[in-house]
Write a protein that binds this ligand. Structure first.
Ligand code: GDP
Ligand code: MG
Length: 747
């Protein structure tokens, strides 16, 4: 049938028994006829209606619950929707059975056709004590919703008016993407890229939809794909295979089940937002819903959330203490081994100070990281993190962010130990460019896995009694700061209206031990790998910057002279006593020998410090000192912070190297934490100031690149570097100044 100018073409879809045929009859009256869909025996009813002189061609699709390829009805409905150029679908939804009916709606929306929901049988629902807030439903799902009573024809004119509007609008309908969890979302991003690159089946279907069908193992689409381009189709199958294996191993599930879980989760969270009001309470709620009644309760929910996060920190710091000490001992032993067996010189300095004391400081926290990741995996795999996001949505909206931002925050290390790079990428799920920008500029404040060793080092060394509480406070400061900055940005540089939000709430699951271990190991291994490659590389560069150019001959001679003088004054007997004692750890030095040794050590330390200060990095750190002192940072800390621009772990490794280079007697050294504790330049106030600075200052280099890419310009990436650093320094300096004026935390 050729399309006429003044005619629009629509379809009626819906579950069996939703009142489709009744509405069809109401709309078309006598202007209808029955035929068959081409090639199949499924009955095809079509008819005509009109509105304001415009003819509307209507097809009554077979009733289906889904758009998979399980039944002929589903295939017919789906093919009609994709292959005939209809302008809109009226999705008829049974008001008293919303949850199940919306499952089809979600699939229609994913298919990319413009949808108008006819909320049918509102009379019957009313009788059962159910009222639906259609405005809210419309706002949350982003589609028009018209309450109807098909049996009396109530609402049919409004339905026609809405579909005419949909059909006439030039604009594409709002893109509808729901998240299917991290694993599948990433697979979909990858597949979408492949699909778009090759225009694979895109003449018929949206790219993401094709990806979803491959994940669902939809035979018809895969068959079509094979016929269209076998190579691309195989590539997609490979992605599916990989992610399927991963899901099987970690969550004991498969993509199709996961997809359906997340669709229902999405619907559940739409309905949870006061869309349905029931007069009499229903006692047959699902277990997940019952648990949610408590865990996402307005008052109890946040308290439980705080308790869980605090409990996690308590668990991590309590149980990781011993294994962290083991790993530190291993590196201490390695240090001793290298010190004893290598001859003095640059290579030894590189191995001991640059590699063992630098990278070792970062690797020392592997057990702590592992415990943290284990706890977070439990929260994530059980479905609790999704609830956290759900609860924080209202708070986020108040600060100009979006419910989807919560997940980006958590991914970035909202609880601890994430990474801002995937956090920045997660902001892609935000439709509003302003909310997206506000999100990607604030996620770097979270406590990512790279900041974790910095926090652990400082908290462990200076707040040893209240580690968990301190970590909890750090988390609150990071979130509070991020929210305030977001609010300020949204009121100034990127102001604009908020968009509604629907969070997918997957059902609770009991995490499997295997899944937890795999997730924990994957993340821990990332951390170790990064320490062994990137951090190692940067450590070596920083070691070189802290070592060269080295002291000039004249200075070396001065220190050599001082040593000579001390030794000559000491006499042969004392010197030989010191020498023998060096080979025998048990030996006690006489008072005279101990004094001479102390003098010699003091000269060595002065020499090392002078060399370090005169090095390239030392000059930079020293040059910054007049300013950085306002926040309590000395020149060594400055070097570490400059290194931290590359990656935040480098703050720890650089401090390790800087203090190691000044060290003379390896036998005497404890962990870096102990060294800092004993250093007169350090106290809890300095540590707090450094913690605050580390939370807020410029994102690491990789994150900056990610921000530039997601924001679409280097301008915002540059902004985030400059703005964050100024902000961080202001906060750190303010706290340090107040603290030192009133004598807080200085003891
Ligand atoms: P279909 O399977 O989707 O085509 O559904 P039908 O149009 O055959 O309707 C199924 C039943 O629901 C019929 O008995 C209709 O009379 C009834 N029905 C349809 N719409 C309404 C409505 O808005 N209110 C009430 N109370 N009943 C309706
Ligand atoms: Mg029917």
């Amino acid at each position: 049938m050729g399309k006429q100018l003044d005619m629009i073409s629509i379809a009626l879809g819906g579950n069996p028994n939703c009142g489709k045929t009744t509405l069809f009859n109401e709309l078309t009256g006598a202007r209808q006829h029955v035929g068959n869909y081409p090639g199949v025996t499924v009955e095809k009813k079509e008819g005509y209606s009109s509105l304001n002189g415009k003819d509307i061609h209507i097809v009554d699709l077979p009733g289906t619950y889904s758009l998979t390829a399980y039944s002929q009805d589903e295939v017919v409905a789906r093919n009609y929707l994709t292959e005939s150029k209809i302008e809109a679908v009226v999705d008829i939804v049974d008001a008293s059975n919303l949850e199940r009916n919306l499952y089809l709606t979600v699939q229609l929306l994913e298919l990319g056709v413009p949808v108008c929901i006819a909320l049918n049988m509102v009379d019957a629902a009313e009788k059962r004590g159910i009222t639906i807030d259609d405005k809210k439903l419309s706002e949350l799902m982003g589609v028009p919703v018209v309450p109807t009573i098909a049996r009396t024809g109530k609402g049919k004119q409004e339905v026609l008016a809405e579909v005419t509007k949909l059909a006439g609008s030039e604009k594409q309908p709002r893109e509808f993407n729901i998240s299917y969890g991290d694993d599948l979302d990433n697979a979909l991003i990858e597949m979408e890229k492949i699909i778009r690159q090759h225009n694979f089946l895109t003449g018929f279907y949206p790219a993401r939809w094709v990806g979803i069908k491959y994940l669902e193992n939809d035979e018809l689409i895969i068959e079509k794909g094979d016929a269209s381009n076998k190579a691309v189709s195989d590539e997609l199958k490979q992605v599916v295979k990989t992610v399927s294996k991963h899901l099987e191993a970690t969550l004991d599930t498969y993509p199709e089940a996961m997809i359906s879980d997340y669709r229902y989760g999405y619907i559940a969270s739409v309905l949870k937002q006061d869309v349905i009001k029931r007069k009499r309470d229903t006692s047959n709620l699902e277990l997940s819903d019952k648990v949610d009644k408590v865990l996402t309760n307005r008052i109890v929910g946040p308290l439980i959330m705080a308790a869980i996060v605090y409990g996690l920190y308590q668990f991590v710091f309590t149980y990781s203490e011993t294994p962290v000490a083991w790993v530190e001992n291993i590196f201490g032993w390695l240090n001793g081994l290298a010190s004893d067996n290598m001859s003095d010189g640059l290579l030894k300095s590189l191995v001991v100070s640059g590699i063992i004391d630098g990278v070792g400081g970062v690797l020392g926290f592997v057990p702590l990281i592992m415990f943290m990741f284990f706890g977070i995996s439990i929260l994530e795999d059980s479905g609790y993190l999704a609830r956290v996001a759900f609860m924080l949505d209202k708070v986020f909206a108040a600060f100009g962010l979006h419910g989807n931002s919560v997940m980006a925050f958590i991914v970035s290390g909202g609880i601890a130990g994430g990474c801002a790079v995937p956090g920045v990428m997660a902001s892609r799920t935000l439709k509003s460019p302003r909310e997206k920008l506000a999100t990607l500029l604030t996620v770097p404040f979270m406590n990512c896995g790279a900041k974790l060793p910095v926090m652990a080092l400082l908290v462990g060394a200076f707040f040893g009694k209240n580690e968990a509480m301190m970590m909890f406070i750090i988390t609150l400061i990071a979130w509070g700061g991020a929210l305030i900055v977001a609010k300020v940005l949204r009121m100034t540089l990127i102001s604009g209206p908020p968009t509604p939000f629907v969070m997918e709430l997957p059902p609770y699951r009991l995490p499997t031990i295997k899944g937890l271990l795999i997730h924990t190991w994957e993340r821990t291994w990332q951390y170790i790998k990064k320490a062994g490659t990137i951090i190692l590389g940067i450590s070596i560069i920083l070691w070189a910057m802290m070592t060269f150019p080295g002291l000039p001959e004249s200075d070396l001679a001065v220190f050599e002279n001082q040593r000579e003088t001390i030794m000559q004054a000491a006499g042969a007997e004392v010197l030989s006593e010191i020498e023998t004692a060096a080979d025998n750890e048990e030996a006690e030095l006489s008072a005279a020998a101990a004094d001479v040794k102390a003098q010699l050590v003091s000269v060595d330390m002065q020499e090392a410090e002078k060399a370090l200060r005169g090095s390239i990095a030392g000059s930079i750190g020293t040059a910054m000192e007049p300013v950085s002192q306002a926040a309590g940072f000395d020149w060594r800390t400055n070097i570490a912070l400059v290194g931290g621009f590359a990656a935040k772990e480098v703050v720890v490794s650089t401090l390790g190297t800087a203090y190691s280079l000044g060290e003379v007697d390896p036998e005497e050294t404890g962990s870096l934490g102990e060294t800092l504790q004993n250093d007169p330049n350090w106290n809890p106030l300095v540590a707090l100031s450094l913690i605050l600075f580390t939370i807020f200052y410029a994102p690491c280099f990789v994150t900056v690149v990610a921000i530039a890419r997601e924001a679409g310009s280097w301008k915002w990436a540059g902004f985030s570097m400059a703005f964050n650093t100024v902000l961080a320094f202001s906060i750190a300096a303010l706290v340090y100044q107040i603290g030192s004026t009133f004598g807080f935390l200085v003891g």
